[in-house]
Design a protein around this ligand. Sequence first.
Ligand code: NG6
Ligand code: CA
Length: 500
Amino acid sequence: MKKVLATLALASMFISCTQEEEKKQPNVLVIYADDLGYGDVSAYGQGTLNTPNIDALAANGVRFTNAYATSATCSPSRYALLTGQYPWKNERAKILAGDAPMLIDSASYTMADMFKSQGYQTSVVGKWHLGLGNGSINWNEDISVTPNDIGFDYSYIMAATNDRTPTVFVDNRRVDNLSADDSLFVSYKENFEGEPTAISNPELMTKMKWHHGHNQSVHNGVPRIGYMKGGKSALWVDEDMADHFLDIAKGQIDKSTESEKPFFMYYALHEPHVPRVPHQRFVGKSGLGPRGDAILEADWCVGEIMKHLESKGLLENTLVVFSSDNGPVLNDGYFDEAVEKLGDHTPAGVLRGGKYSLFEAGTKIPLIVSWKGKVKPSVSDAMVCQLDLASSFATLIGAKSDFEDSKNFIDTFLGESEVGRENLVLEATGRLSYRKGDLAYIPRYKGNAVNKQVNIEVGVSEDEQLYDIKNDPGQQNDIFKKQADTGNSLKEEFEKATEG
Ligand code: NG6
Ligand code: CA
């Protein structure tokens, strides 16, 4: 009898321990902006725009001054974030069309799979841009491959970008709000007979005109990339997009609270990517035109989602990461006054280049980690990369860390260590560069030094380049020739890291 009682007592201790353990699993919320620059967040002390809600996250968390996306464009950075693999290892990891097939192999182990394996409720809300389906998509039926096939229990996404067709949301496997008697068709090859475009019917561009690209189908007064026909009931209203995604994201948080499961949510904001069409509430508020207004809208969303967590009593149990997929761009294809109304604001801060660039501003982005009661407010200069979030989260929650290039730096992300990555390979529109310690090495490339359409220096030169970014963060002094030995040893390391 005694033995039985002792066993029972032990068993109940064990049960309460495991329940206790389960309770401790923190929620993880990744808020990921689109094309937000290092200088666009006022906590970084560089530009003139005020982002009070993101700043509040920084004031309560760790603000990283030396953080990178893997790439200077969207799809590759997102690919790396979710797979923990360098995107240049997958030749399809480039800016995708709106009807491109899913970039991530359903059989691969993703960040979402990792959370799911530990009993998390996983969701993605917002911009996707990692492809859908497995070749050709019938937008009027269940879509065969969606985020739900790579570890997300729930997905509510814009298929690609806000400047690409189809301008609809996909709810798990279905186009949301699509009516059966008005089918939706999408093409990136040719227009549908009789359908207007920005070229044939420029009068349809009531809200914004195209500057380069973006002259195909027109929806909501805004011309887009790609052709589209039908599906009227499902077409989004750009002005309402932020509110819509926010509502869905809040709803998912509520759902996980009810289910008592911890959650992992990838909340992918669409701002300030083009077309910048924020809600009327934000129009004119930044003084910088639509780009600045869109950033204020994104900042507001950050504040609202944090308020929601607080109202649910979840702040102490939720790790929040805020970052951006690539650096800033002003004119990315529309006449939207981003250049004209910039004033003294510096979206890239002191950094050189921008979106699409091998220079620092292409990939060095704001990154903030906040977790009330767990993370002490601080500023970290450690070199960190979004690529390493997968393994770091895995370590945090005790999951398998089976990611090819993702390394565990959870202590650094939580502000408990200053040890960062020793080196990092970065990518910009298919070209690669190398970071190590305080140095940035850019190999020789053929091509134009400036992408004239967007007016950004892309880092291409017939000379190899080496910069000491600690003393020269704006990359004004190429020291390759002066420090040829160091330059050549970095080059060797870079070639070794990227061979094959
Ligand atoms: C480019 C688009 C640009 C933007 C970018 C993707 C043109 C001329 N330019 O091809 O406007 O959509 O793709 O941006 O079409 S990203 O942030 O999603 O990578
Ligand atoms: Ca982007």
